[in-house]
Design a protein around this ligand. Structure first.
Ligand code: NI
Length: 482
């Protein structure tokens, strides 16, 4: 998923240019070593079989469970990544089918981003916001946006907490005082004051403004600096079902339809790519879809099947948690899956341990869901450096980037996506699309039919490289198989 373009400065574009230039140089260097390897007759390393890696996956399962504990029941994640030169911002927020909630969240996100952009003008700073959401008894949707802002000139990072709860029947954003009667509201308030040991003089009418219904009950967030000392950090007070029973107050339960993240299918262990040699003489092209699975992916699979075409899906671990069955369907229908990290962070900004975490939790989740050990990574934003490549190499993985960028995320227009592909299509190319946009999926029937009549075959990335006899080495970045 791309960042918003709105805030991108000229400096960022220059930086992007530098990155692209570096990538081209790297590709040339990689090409040199590849040719040298061919000349010395060294063979491509055999792909590890999944079976031997089960131990490796075991070491990441706990972390996957931890990541999945973060409930995201409302909508799909939107990502904003911004680098203004001074401010690096990474914001994940949900967008779903409630317009009032979407609107309130987006307004807050824009306002927050703008505020910290202003604040960061004089010094280097970082803003990071994530989201958690619950749907309660089909009545309330409760969303928490939390994170932190650190500015090099401040002693403490600033904690960020904002919550929204919408009553989906009245379609209004509600406060606790709208949900509970006066007496119950006061009981909750007294409990929070007592539990947080607050002094009377810091308590005001906004004390209970930030609250979240969760699967444990009700959580109230108290901003540090405002209600509690800076040294305490943000304080979250949890009120469980017991509290509501004791006080004879309504206890709102989470809906009981939480997706079961484990799919009990037989493990399909794919260790070797089998290709149809008869299509070798045709023009070959690889469609790739990033950031899913999403609600549009199943329809895309139908379109691919109807047209006897295959594609490669670079999925997010966090999305696999939401659409595990779809991941299985992708694999079962002969398409390929690859790794697009857990939640789309710019890997170049992370420590080596965090890079490992982003990649390996996703690989583990994919294996446990669909039984496939996928070794191809598509780095978010195509952003890689030496540390990122070193991590990939350590785990016998490589990068598959792209040679045709449809910019479908930007145009959100079927015709524009169709035209971008038609204009640039060629043998051995890898096309970048996103299956999280309806307009992209809408364009695909036309794209495939037209290119097929032009003599193309749609293959997975692995098939493309095998048929074009292009070797793949761990730690390397590939853009096409031309
Ligand atoms: Ni992406």
């Amino acid at each position: 998923m791309p960042g918003t373009n709105t805030y991108r400065s000229r400096r960022t574009r220059r930086r992007l240019k530098t990155i692209v230039t570096m990538l081209i140089i790297l590709a040339l260097v990689a090409g040199f070593f590849y040719v040298r390897n061919l000349l010395t007759g060294s063979e491509q390393e055999a792909v590890d079989t999944a079976a031997t890696n089960e131990e490796l996956f075991d070491s990441f399962i706990e972390r996957v469970n931890e990541l999945e504990k973060k409930s995201q029941e409302y909508g799909d994640n939107k990502v904003i990544t911004l680098n203004s030169g001074n401010l690096f911002a990474h914001i994940i927020y949900p967008e779903g089918d409630n317009d009032i909630l979407n609107q309130n969240i987006k307004e807050w996100v824009d306002k927050t981003l703008y505020r910290y952009l202003e604040d960061s003008k004089e010094s280097v700073s970082e803003l990071s916001i994530h989201s958690t959401s619950y749907i309660i008894e089909e009545k309330y949707i409760s969303v928490l946006l939390d994170g932190s802002y650190s500015n090099a000139t401040y002693a403490h990072p600033e904690d960020i907490v904002k919550t929204f709860t919408v009553d989906s029947q009245t379609n209004q954003i509600v406060l606790l005082s709208d949900i509970y009667g006066e007496q119950q509201f006061q009981q909750i308030r007294n409990k929070v004051i007592a539990d947080a040991k607050l002094d009377d003089d810091v308590v005001d009418e906004h004390l209970l403004d930030d609250f979240l219904f969760t699967d444990n009950g009700l959580t109230i967030y108290l901003k540090r600096g405002k209600y509690t000392p800076m040294s305490d950090g943000n304080v979250a007070i949890e009120l469980t079902e017991r509290f509501f029973k004791e006080h004879d107050a309504t206890y709102y339960k989470p809906r009981n339809t939480k997706k079961n993240n484990v799919v009990n299918n037989e493990k399909i262990v794919v260790s070797e790519v089998v290709v149809d040699e008869t299509i070798k003489d045709k023009k070959l092209i690889a469609l790739t879809f990033d950031d899913g699975p999403s609600i549009y992916t199943e329809r895309l699979l139908d379109i691919l099947k109807q047209n006897d075409a295959k594609a490669t899906f670079f999925v997010l671990g966090s999305q696999v948690s939401k659409y595990p069955e779809t991941l299985v369907h992708i694999v079962q229908s002969g398409n390929e899956i690859g790794n697009h990290t857990w939640d789309h962070k710019d890997l170049c900004r992370l420590s080596e341990k965090d890079i490992e975490d982003e990649i390996m939790t996703t690989r583990t989740k994919m294996f446990n869901t669909a039984g496939v050990d996928a070794l191809a990574i598509r780095a978010p934003y195509g952003s890689v450096n030496d540390s990122v490549k070193a991590v990939a190499k350590k785990f016998n993985m490589h990068f598959i980037h792209w040679s045709i960028d449809t910019l479908d995320w930007k145009t959100r227009d079927s015709d524009a996506t169709y035209n971008a592909i038609m204009k640039n299509a060629g043998d051995g190319q890898i096309i970048l699309c996103h299956d999280i946009h309806k307009q992209t999926v809408d364009a695909m029937d036309r794209v495939i039919k037209q290119l097929k009549s032009d003599g193309y075959e749609f293959v997975t990335v692995s098939e493309l490289f095998k048929l074009r006899e292009k070797g793949i080495e761990a730690g390397k970045v590939y853009f096409d198989a031309r």
